[in-house]
Design a protein around this ligand. Structure first.
Ligand code: PHE
Length: 470
């Protein structure tokens, strides 16, 4: 390799650029040597495809031993030869007749001329100056062919001529005596082969995008490791009445085993929740109906991550400080499965707790949050949630679909929820939630949720999905 590199560098001393045709080193070594010189900036090179005219094996034979028609001609005696001689030169006979070099009667073959020139051999010896017609005639006779080769055009690189003896590999000796030594530069831009293996599901990637936005805005993540939740945290603590239709088995998955949550950690809080449901408080009349502890203790698969928010807020109340919290995780609803609904999906939820936070703050915050997702234009519509007042649905204008789409739900948590937890009146908590699947479907142009989740998902689609930016 070293000598070959030397040869190339020496050839470049005389010329601005050289072509690989002129380099007397084996073609198979060329590419490696050039890459090595290029990596040290000693040369630059480009590759051009070249069609080369070459002799086939038959062509090479012919060049050496003469064409059949020529050899036939020379084998015929002055007074002609027996017709059987033609059989020795089956191909040549045709050409010799065609060229009118020979003639024959029933018994004998005769020469028409004193001497002939072996034009085929002459042509084979001078491939580079043949006309196209001549070349294609020889090709038809399978004596020549075209072959594609790469020609390297090499010229001096920025470090050409600078004496170099770079260390490419590091050994213990080199490291021990590293002073004064030259080292090959690291190429930080080189990219490795991407192995054909696992990849993140698009929902996970979108989840990561949301997480980045939350973290960027100073939010901390809530722990969501609790698919099974008591109705209490999922509904009652949120002031959702026990007769609310969402608490029906048609909307919620109830657990058979264990059917009920065990003990409850804070009986006093439970009592306060019961009171606010039955008779009100914190400026409210309550639901004016009997509150059943058994109903509250029923185990369910959580229907929203607001149950997680509720647990965190309860803990916060006893030691209040302003917080910004978020969660992203799975929730479950007992709905009939169709193109846009599954019985389980992911929710993204955020909350900000502080003193004197207003609806204006919520609207302003929503604007910033969704703008970071790429939805610049948002609108609010009054809505109802059992646990927020006021409540607002959030709509975003989707540039791609050219229409307003519902992207989330939001509101200010009710005093009937925060009061029993122990929050001071001056504290407000704004919160919002949205599904992860919805933006994913819009982003990837899917109109069937089952293309994204479930057993029909195409693994190649999953692999191709890139991190999204709305
Ligand atoms: N829990 C609501 C839902 O499931 C979302 C929400 C969260 C709404 C917080 C308001 C406040 O859609």
């Amino acid at each position: 390799m070293e000598e070959y590199a030397e040869i190339i560098l020496r050839l470049l001393e005389e010329k601005a650029s050289i072509s690989s045709d002129e380099i007397p080193i084996p073609y198979s070594c060329l590419h490696g040597v050039l890459l090595s010189l290029e990596s040290k900036n000693q040369i630059v090179f480009e590759i051009k495809e070249k069609h080369k005219k070459v002799l086939t094996d038959e062509g090479k034979d012919l060049l050496e031993y003469g064409s059949q028609e020529y050899n036939l001609f020379n084998s015929i005696g002055d007074n002609g030869s027996d017709i059987s001689i033609l059989e020795k030169f089956p191909l040549g006979a045709n050409y010799a007749f065609k060229n009118k070099w020979i003639r024959a009667d029933k018994e004998k073959v005769y020469r028409n001329k004193e001497a002939v020139e072996d034009s085929v051999v002459k042509q084979l010896g001078a491939l580079s100056i043949l006309t196209e017609k001549e070349f294609s005639d020889l090709k038809k006779r399978k004596l020549v062919d075209q072959s594609k080769t790469n020609i390297y055009i090499i010229s001096k690189g920025s470090s050409y001529g600078i004496a170099e003896s770079c260390n490419v590999e590091l050994t213990a000796e080199i490291v021990a005596n590293y002073q004064g030594q030259k080292f090959k530069k690291y190429n930080f831009n080189t990219v490795g082969n991407i192995p054909n293996c696992g990849s993140l599901h698009p929902l996970m990637k979108i989840g990561e995008e949301f997480k980045k936005i939350f973290i960027e805005m100073g939010f901390a993540e809530m722990k969501t490791n609790r698919y099974v939740e008591s109705s209490f945290w999922n509904f009652d603590s949120l002031f959702q009445p026990q007769c609310h239709p969402a608490r029906d088995a048609h909307d919620t998955f109830f657990l058979k085993n264990p059917e009920f949550a065990g003990s409850f950690e804070d009986e006093e809080y439970l009592k306060r929740v019961q009171d606010v449901h039955e008779s009100g408080g914190f400026g409210s009349k309550g639901h004016q109906s009997v509150w059943d502890r058994r109903e509250a203790m029923k185990n369910i698969l959580r229907t929203h991550t607001t149950s997680v928010s509720s647990r965190y807020l309860k803990d916060l109340a006893s030691d209040f400080r302003p917080v910004k919290l978020f969660s992203i995780d799975k929730v479950f609803r007992n709905e009939s499965v169709d193109a846009t609904h599954l019985a389980e999906f992911h929710q993204v939820e955020g909350l900000i707790a502080g003193e004197g936070i207003t609806l204006g703050d919520l609207m302003g915050f929503m604007g910033t949050f969704f703008e970071k997702l790429g939805l610049k234009n948002i609108k609010f519509k009054p809505a109802f949630n059992p646990y927020t007042e006021p409540s607002m649905e959030v709509f975003g204008y989707h540039e791609g679909l050219k229409k307003w789409i519902e992207i989330g739900n939001s509101g200010i948590f009710r005093p009937e929820m925060l009061g029993p937890m122990g929050f001071d009146e001056s504290v407000t908590v704004i919160a919002w939630g949205l599904s992860l699947e919805r933006p994913a479907m819009i982003k990837y142009g899917l109109n069937n949720i089952r293309d994204l989740v479930g057993h029909k998902v195409d693994i190649n689609f999953i692999k191709k999905c890139k991190i999204i930016h709305f």
